[in-house]
Design a protein around this ligand. Structure first.
Ligand code: AMP
Ligand code: ZN
Length: 114
């Protein structure tokens, strides 16, 4: 997608602080972190939102969730805890329409979210 910010990061056209790359995913630090650890896990392939996922994406989503757990663990937050978030569309505040899993940790997070 020519006009997609995260496709540009995947393609290397816009810099990001990468914390993981593999065949299907990249992960990088959020530019406006909301916790001491705030990483975004992004599939290389453009999918606009959760609403566009199909059953052929099940393995991809599983990889995203398991990568979130791995990154949280690498940062020492497996035991104390962390949060994963997919925002979808306006009411959830989605601003980048290329799916991404937020991984937040390093402080006590309030519930319910705002
Ligand atoms: P969302 O509101 O769920 O769509 O989340 C989009 C996230 O992308 C926000 O937390 C932004 O801070 C983050 N973001 C926007 N631009 C960049 C960028 N160039 N590099 C890293 N993170 C970004
Ligand atoms: Zn994209």
């Amino acid at each position: 997608m020519a006009d997609c910010l995260f496709c540009k990061i995947v393609g290397g056209d816009i810099p990001a602080t990468l914390v993981h790359t593999d065949e299907h995913l990249i992960a990088f630090k959020d530019i406006n972190p909301q916790a001491p650890m705030h990483v975004l896990i992004v599939p290389r392939r453009h999918v606009a939102s959760l609403n566009e996922l199909t059953d052929t994406d099940d393995a991809l989503v599983g990889e995203m969730v398991r990568r979130a757990a791995a990154i949280a663990g690498e940062n020492g937050y497996a035991g104390r805890g962390y949060r994963t978030v997919f925002n979808c569309n306006a009411d959830a505040g989605q601003t980048v329409f290329h799916i991404h899993l937020h991984v937040l940790g390093g402080r006590a997070l309030t519930w319910p979210p705002g």
